[in-house]
Design a protein around this ligand. Structure first.
Ligand SMILES: [Zn+2]
Length: 452
């Protein structure tokens, strides 16, 4: 007679069975949590810096200083905003020109200047003469006239320091704004002064789940037309207003070839529950889309340069420089979040502080031990990660990069399409970065005037 198995042996059998089930599940979970597209370049040695800046072109929050005089802003009950946003304003020509000068005076090790990516809001609603008026960039509401603004933007683009990208159609649900503004005398008075805030505006998010998909699709298409008309090209990268979007919005973007998405980690996902469960699901969802949506590139903001919201701007700059070095050490490009409110504000002291902070940050990353930084745009990060090389056209010409240790062949955009349908190709040596000097057509050329 076989002895009755002891309870310990029984227990071991049970645990073994559990392990058999758990181990693959744990492995699958690990694989999912650590999965992600492999990069074709080593970001540790590339030491790339991208500057992402939201809210440019937004006709708000206020047109100018003093606009709150005689108005109790708390009566407007727009929701919660950091204090500095109450006097956030639309940039003007001086803001752009002075910022461009700061960027142009800081160069990467390839000799190219720092480049800001202003993420633009394309349209505005203005309450003028007792009715709503729509304005599409480059047109601006009456209260937000900014003489010379677009000449300054064109100048900054010609310097290669201003690379516009896409943020929003309106930055709010326009129907919600129309209704909420009608609801109170103070809201109507604020609107007639050009104040963009309205009751409940903080929650009236442009890409909220209550809005219909056809409506969002129409709005996106209109906004892309405005973008292309204003900046002569399609956007290559984007960030959702208020970081709020869900899966249907990503599908919309993808159907319009908008595949470089900023700040996925900051996403406010309206389809997920709040609390710990929501946070866990958000991590899983992020990993899932990074693994399965192979046509998209998700860029995470891993450095924060928001001096206007900081009690200690110098410490903010120092922290951002440390975050940059840490991002490189982790093998990531440094992607800096820095909103427009730091650089365009009704209080001139805020503007001076923001510009100084940017300059100090750029000085600081340039002084980090080791090779100097490369200042890049999101589309370059996406292309370098995917193909090891990149070609980007900006207002100053074409920037080419090879982030690998081998020669790469790249096709030049819009150049050399001869009668035989041939294209100009460029053989780019390993580690070469720089501006393409346009040469003979229909030939294979070697890059010149680029530094390793
Ligand atoms: Zn925004």
């Amino acid at each position: 007679m076989n002895p009755e198995p002891r309870s310990g042996a029984k227990g071991r059998g049970f645990f073994a069975r559990v392990l058999v089930w758990l181990a693959p599940a744990a492995l699958a979970a690990c694989a999912l949590l650590t999965a992600g597209p492999r990069s074709a370049v080593d970001w540790r040695s590339l030491r790339a810096v991208a500057l992402e800046s939201d809210d440019w072109g937004l006709a708000g929050f206020v047109p100018s200083a003093g606009v709150w005089d005689g108005l109790r802003r708390e009566d407007l009950s727009p929701g919660a905003f950091p204090e500095v946003y109450w006097n956030s304003t639309l940039e003007d020509s001086a803001t752009v020109a002075e910022l461009a000068a700061v960027l142009a005076s800081h160069r990467g090790r390839d000799g190219l200047p720092a480049v800001l990516q202003p993420n633009y809001v394309m349209s505005a609603l203005a309450w003028e003469d007792g009715r709503w008026q729509r304005y599409d960039l480059p047109d601006l509401p009456r209260e937000y006239r900014r003489p010379g603004l677009w000449e300054a933007v064109a100048g900054a683009r010609r310097l290669g320091v201003w690379y516009p990208e896409f943020h929003a159609a309106w930055h709010y649900d326009p129907a919600h704004r129309r209704e909420a503004t009608k609801s109170s005398a103070v809201a109507l008075e604020a609107a007639s002064r050009g104040i963009m805030l309205f009751p409940g505006s903080e929650a009236a998010r442009e890409l909220g789940p209550w809005r219909s998909t056809p409506e969002l699709a129409r709005e996106l298409d209109d906004a892309l037309v405005v973008f292309e008309r204003t900046f002569d090209r399609r956007p290559g990268s984007l960030i959702a207003p208020d970081y709020t979007w869900n899966g249907r919005v990503e599908r919309l973007w993808s159907s319009r070839s908008l595949n470089v998405i900023q700040a996925k980690r900051e996403q406010r996902h309206p389809d997920l529950p709040s609390g710990a469960a929501g946070r866990v699901l958000k991590v899983l969802e992020r990993q899932w889309v990074k693994t399965t949506r192979t046509g998209s590139t998700y860029l995470e903001r891993n450095c924060r340069l928001e001096p206007a919201q900081s009690p200690d701007p110098e410490a903010t700059v120092a922290a951002c420089i440390r975050e940059t070095a840490r991002a490189w050490r982790r093998g990531e490009p440094a992607i800096v979040e820095t909103h427009r409110v730091n650089f365009a504000h009704a209080e001139t002291a805020v503007v001076a502080l923001g510009r100084r902070a940017l300059s100090d940050y750029l000085d600081g990353v340039g002084a980090l031990p080791g090779a100097g930084p490369l200042f890049v745009a999101d589309v370059e990060i996406a292309s370098l990660a995917r193909h090891g090389c990149s070609v980007r056209t900006d207002g100053a010409g074409v920037v080419v990069r090879n982030g690998t240790h081998a020669r790469r062949l790249v096709a030049m955009p819009g150049a050399g399409s001869g009668p035989e349908g041939t294209k100009t190709l460029l053989i780019l040596d390993a580690g070469r970065h720089g501006r393409w000097i346009s040469g003979a057509r229909n030939t294979v050329e070697l890059a010149e005037s680029v530094a390793p």
